[in-house]
Design a protein around this ligand. Structure first.
Ligand code: ZN
Length: 336
């Protein structure tokens, strides 16, 4: 028997996530402290429930230890595994740029215990390979999303979770692994998998609305973060790829491409300007001002799943921000 007290989806999930404190501004720190407090409050209640149930030591044996290198993958493991998984998310801080993440001791502890790991691959989370090889475990399955879904090493855009068909495939792989670890819970995992797939409907409906009403509409971006979603919605990304790749890799875009990007905004050749909330420097700030000066609505997108969201509600919130921008010219810089 596994005793489970429901406190509320978001708080429960935060309990199992590692909190990181890498942000610099006081404002961000206080927001982080608040979420840490909420997370601990939830964990306290959860711990007391397991303490009161400590007589059955077998309970703990049935919990699968899992790691998601990114919190969106951790979220989906939790949604499929439910009561039978304890999940740690390695990258979960929207206040940092995931492309420059460095792992720590807590991460290596979580990896050493895990029998299921989901990581993105394509160089996005190379630190995982080091953590895994420093603690080998013959019972561990690593799902490298890029490899599992047959993306070649030459795939230029690593943000695979933005492609609408990625996460249903990953969820299926997660369910298969959990079923191999706990065969008698197969029906439970399958039922959670169905619920997960059903709950993507609102997001897919939003994509269809964009396809139906705004096909081939020109948009500009700073980085390829949400490009897979934009392509699936049949929007026309006017920003040159080389510009996007430079910004993603923290190198300077060429002056020619900078001019093209600025002209897209100055000449109102695009209907929306999307930027990466997690990577804003002076040049991006200047472009945001240029978009505002030209009445082009702005949409902020995230690489890391924002607090109080599931993967599905996050994707839905971004798609609906794009719809608001296209339909009513309204900006949505932050998802909360
Ligand atoms: Zn990125």
């Amino acid at each position: 028997m596994h005793l489970h007290i429901f406190i509320g989806g978001a708080k429960m999930k935060q309990c199992n996530f590692i909190f990181k404190n890498k942000t610099k501004s006081v404002l961000k720190l206080s927001a982080l402290s608040l979420s840490l407090f909420l997370g601990l409050a939830g964990c306290g209640a959860q711990n007391s429930s397991s303490n009161s149930n400590s007589s059955s030591s077998k309970t703990n044996d049935k919990i699968i230890q899992a790691v998601g290198a990114e919190n969106e993958y951790a979220d989906v493991i939790k949604q499929i595994g439910g009561d039978y998984v304890s999940v740690t998310a390695i990258m979960s801080d929207v206040g940092t740029d995931p492309h420059s993440y460095e792992s720590n001791t807590q991460d290596s502890e979580a990896v050493s215990k895990a029998t299921l790991i989901v990581e993105n691959g394509l160089g996005y989370d190379d630190f995982m390979d080091k953590l895994e090889s420093s603690s080998s475990n013959s019972n561990r399955t690593v799902i490298d999303v890029a490899k599992s879904l047959n993306y070649g090493d030459d795939t230029k855009n690593p943000h695979l979770w933005y492609k609408p068909d990625t996460m249903p495939k990953v969820a299926k792989l997660i369910a298969e692994n959990l079923e191999s670890q706990l065969p008698d819970k197969k029906d439970y995992f399958e039922s959670n998998l169905s619920k997960f797939n059903d709950s993507l409907k609102a997001f897919n409906d939003d994509l269809k609305q964009i396809q139906d009403s705004y096909a081939k509409t020109g948009i500009a971006v700073t980085e390829p973060v949400s490009d897979y979603l934009l392509e699936a919605a049949n929007l026309d990304i006017k920003t040159p790829w080389d510009y996007q790749a430079s910004v993603m890799n923290n190198t300077d875009p060429s002056p020619q491409n900078v001019k093209i990007q600025e002209d897209l905004l100055k000449n109102k050749q695009v209907k929306v300007f999307l930027y990466n909330q997690q990577a804003v420097d002076d040049s991006i700030t200047a472009l945001l001002q240029l978009a505002k000066d030209n009445n082009i609505p702005i949409v902020g997108v995230y690489e890391t799943m924002p607090p109080n969201h599931t993967y599905q509600t996050w994707m839905q919130a971004e798609a609906e921000s794009i719809i608001r921008a296209l339909k009513d010219g309204i900006s949505t810089e932050k998802i909360s």
